[in-house]
Design a binder for this molecule. Structure first.
Ligand SMILES: CC(C)(COP(=O)(O)OP(=O)(O)OC[C@H]1O[C@@H](n2cnc3c(N)ncnc32)[C@H](O)[C@@H]1OP(=O)(O)O)[C@@H](O)C(=O)NCCC(=O)NCCS
Length: 151
């Protein structure tokens, strides 16, 4: 299992995972844009040279926001998401001290993962996401990355 930085060459693989993993995937153009941006840090997790997941962070000054994380459905539930989250957090620039993220209130696997890794809920955004029945709230989490790196 290996984490490395993503490049535009990984775009097709990431788009495939994005569309398989999310009920409401990003538009392809958003994913492409992310891979082009210098202030975003994108990582892929490889197993036997095959990409099984990715994580994308926006980094501004000393803060990062986890914009997206996904493991291909056929590889979920085997600890790869935790590995991807941990390794990518530890690979962020050492100037980053806080990490934020938003997650659907119904996304139990992601909520469990973030809580287990030490993310703390700091708020909610009402009707933030489209959902099958109307809209869905987001829970907003924060991680003290400096403390996380020392644990
Ligand atoms: C969230 C996601 C990245 C987790 O990846 P994963 O490889 O399936 O997760 P792991 O096997 O590493 O499990 C890590 C922890 O997540 C939680 N978890 C994983 N699957 C779960 C499930 N079906 N139900 C509840 N908790 C679950 C557990 O706490 C688990 O720890 P444990 O095995 O010690 O109990 C993956 O489910 C995914 O890609 N989901 C679709 C995209 C998505 O929702 N991304 C998050 C957007 S905010």
């Amino acid at each position: 299992m290996k984490l490395r930085s993503a490049t535009l060459k990984d775009y097709d693989d990431l788009l495939f995972i994005e569309e398989q993993a999310h009920l409401y995937p990003w538009p392809a153009s958003t994913l492409y844009w992310c891979l082009e941006q210098a202030h975003l840090r994108s990582f892929v997790l490889e197993q036997a040279r095959e990409i099984i997941g990715f994580a994308i962070y926006e980094c501004v000054l000393d803060e990062a926001t986890l914009l997206n994380i996904a493991i291909i459905p056929t590889a979920q539930g085997h600890g790869h998401g935790r590995r991807l989250l941990r390794d990518s957090l530890l690979a962020l620039d050492s100037s980053i001290v806080r990490v934020f993220l938003e997650v659907r209130v119904s996304n139990e696997p992601a909520l469990q993962l973030y809580a287990a890794e030490g993310f703390v809920e700091i708020g909610r955004r009402k009707n933030y996401y489209p959902a099958l029945a109307g809209r869905e709230d987001a829970r907003v989490f924060e991680l003290d990355l400096a403390a996380y790196c020392q644990r």
